[in-house]
Design a protein around this ligand. Structure first.
Ligand code: AMP
Ligand code: GLY
Length: 416
């Protein structure tokens, strides 16, 4: 069997690492990074080049393709591959609307009575501007479409809300993703990520995690793609997990069925828990980055057969079992991230940082004549497993402290 993984981040490195452990010998990654290169053959095809990826998968007779990021899913890679007789793990373009259109997702939730913050959808900035004048703050302003995780503004006052509406709808800072805008009630609570894998008919729980979105310790500073993660999430009790399956995931699967949408692949639900009750903030139709770097090292099953069952719409042979260990992932980012990361800096100490149950997942790295250099905003995700969060934290920060590159930024409070 040979496998193609699409993407170039820490999430994809964690996927390739897990697949290799599952015994797959031939793994390709498009386009990959300097860490993935050590485990897989990297091919210079971009993650959004659906036709290029199709040609490659046909030429190499790929048995299973796994799309890491959302962009190829939005571009319909699953539809294209399936129409060409190829097996691919992930949702179709229509099913991916759960992530690619927040208005679609919210309207579906509302129609089927699934808990989510109250919201209004606007297709004119004048109407949105009138509406916010009548509301109290904070309010959450969201671009409808994909905005690389930057399309959400928590407005504390009217001027911030009007600024965000003008940026998104009039200036189109996220392009067509801002044609439609949502204004949402702000919820204060504890946030967690909840993962399931679906075969189009049933789903199996695939673990929980928590993402640390802000740049600086104790949730200060600008929002980022994610500066670290913890799995399992410390915010979810078994009772809350049961509420999530009963009130959110099962009714959602039923809602999709009623709408004639077959959902295959991983579904990652962003949940806010308020007074013990879960509410949906967002859906992602792919694994999270950096949640995956913490989650995957805890999965005991052969993940490839689960991906295969999902892609082929077969019954899952077994539930997903997770190690009891806690897993902590700390992201090391470049100087200037997220606004304007400085790249091309040599990274030292990578070899010394690896240890038992400590993994170095590369994100923005490149190998320049044998020297590993930074090549993006988020550079590395260091994960460690431990019997407790505390021991995992000790291990992970020991590894982080042996890795050096000029200007590196990381949070000291992941899992604290
Ligand atoms: P989203 O991409 O929709 O998950 O939003 C990004 C982040 O904004 C979330 O992870 C939350 O931290 C925050 N957020 C989104 N919606 C809300 C809301 N209704 N209330 C409070 N925080 C929110
Ligand atoms: N960590 C957030 C995401 O992957 O969207």
């Amino acid at each position: 069997m040979n496998i193609l993984v699409i993407g170039s981040g820490g999430r994809e490195h964690a996927l390739v690492h897990k697949i290799k452990q599952d015994g797959i010998k031939t793994i390709y990654c498009a386009p990959g990074n300097a860490g993935i290169e050590e485990l897989a053959q990297c091919v210079p095809v971009k993650a959004d080049d659906v036709q290029g990826l199709l040609a490659f998968a046909r030429e190499k007779k790929i048995s299973l393709t796994i799309a890491g990021p959302e962009v190829p899913l939005q571009a319909g890679i699953v539809d294209t591959f399936t129409a060409n007789g190829l097996t691919i793990f992930g949702p179709t373009q229509q099913a991916a609307l759960l992530e690619t259109s927040k208005a679609f997702a919210k309207k579906l939730l509302k129609k089927y009575g699934i808990p989510t913050p109250a919201f209004e959808v606007f297709d004119s900035s004048a109407d949105a501007l009138d509406y916010v004048k009548t509301r109290s703050f904070p309010l959450v302003i969201k671009a409808d479409g994909l905005a690389a995780g930057k399309g959400v503004v928590i407005a504390e006052e009217l001027s911030e809300a009007t600024g965000a509406i003008k940026d998104i709808m009039d200036k189109r800072i996220f392009g067509d993703a801002g044609k439609v805008l949502l204004i949402e009630e702000f919820l204060r609570g504890a946030e967690s990520s909840y993962f399931v894998i679906s075969n189009g008919n049933t789903f199996i729980p695939a673990g929980t995690a928590r993402d640390y979105k802000r740049l600086h310790d104790h949730d200060h500073g600008p929002n980022t793609g994610g500066m670290g993660s913890l799995s399992p999430s410390d915010k979810l009790t078994p009772e809350i997990e049961e509420k999530i399956t009963k009130r959110i995931i099962s009714p959602l699967m039923e809602a999709l069925r009623q709408e004639g949408i077959v959902y295959k692949g991983v579904l990652y639900t962003g949940i806010m828990i308020v007074n013990g009750d879960p509410s949906v903030l967002e859906f992602n139709v792919r694994f999270g980055d950096p949640e995956t770097q913490a989650l995957l090292p805890r999965i005991e099953n052969d993940l490839v057969s689960i991906f295969m069952d999902s892609a082929k719409g077969r019954m899952f042979a077994e539930p997903i079992t997770l190690k009891r260990d806690a897993s902590v992932c700390v992201v090391m980012a470049s100087q200037g991230y997220p606004a304007s990361p400085k790249t091309g800096i040599p990274i030292e100490g990578l070899k010394d940082a690896v240890g038992k149950d400590t993994f170095i997942f590369h994100a923005g790295t490149k190998n320049e004549k044998g020297t590993i250099k930074t090549a993006g905003g988020r550079v590395l995700g260091i994960t460690a497993l431990g019997e407790t969060v505390r021991t995992a934290r000790e291990k992970v920060y020991r590894a982080v402290n042996t890795i050096v590159f000029e200007g590196s930024q990381y949070r000291r409070d992941i899992g604290l």
